[in-house]
Design a protein around this ligand. Sequence first.
Ligand SMILES: [Zn+2]
Length: 198
Amino acid sequence: MKIPTEACYMLDVNRLLTQGALRPGVRSTQWWTFGQDDVIQASIETVAAVQGITLYYTVANRGNKPQKYSYTVPLKWIPCNYGGRRPYFICLGVVNNQPCMRRVTKIYLPPGENLFLCRHCYRLTYYSCKESGDVHFTTMRRTRRAARKLGLTDPEDVYLMDRPKGMHKRTFQKLRKDVIRAIEEEQRAFGMAARNFV
Ligand SMILES: [Zn+2]
């Protein structure tokens, strides 16, 4: 999916961390929804490595030819006082020939721009920026939740399972349909992720 640049998009390094999207080798789809119906309006692909996270997306500025982008935002892991370490993005911005290099937890793509940079580089003061979600994780959670109701550890077993003893036929059919729908949704999400990959 493309990024229409009417809105401001934000990536939060801690959100990515929670999703597991910073683990080297992990690929994720970050997406942004808008409106009451949570319609997906924009999404990007990410691939994590030890040194940084690579972003893949296409910017569709109104009136211009869609432009593909792929670049790696470096990550810096800083030890915490309480043990462990926290990740930071290193901002890739260059302002007045000066590389920004700030350690930041959030990077932004404001309207009309093409790159995810820090708040300072874009002098963002008033924009409300939308945080990304992750299709992969949300749909997987939904599938697992539906499968649990049928007592399944592997949702895919739904295709083979018999109706549990004591469960009403109608309840079983409904739950089964829920799981299958969730699996299909998940597959679509993955398919979308694959198509987005440039
Ligand atoms: Zn910056």
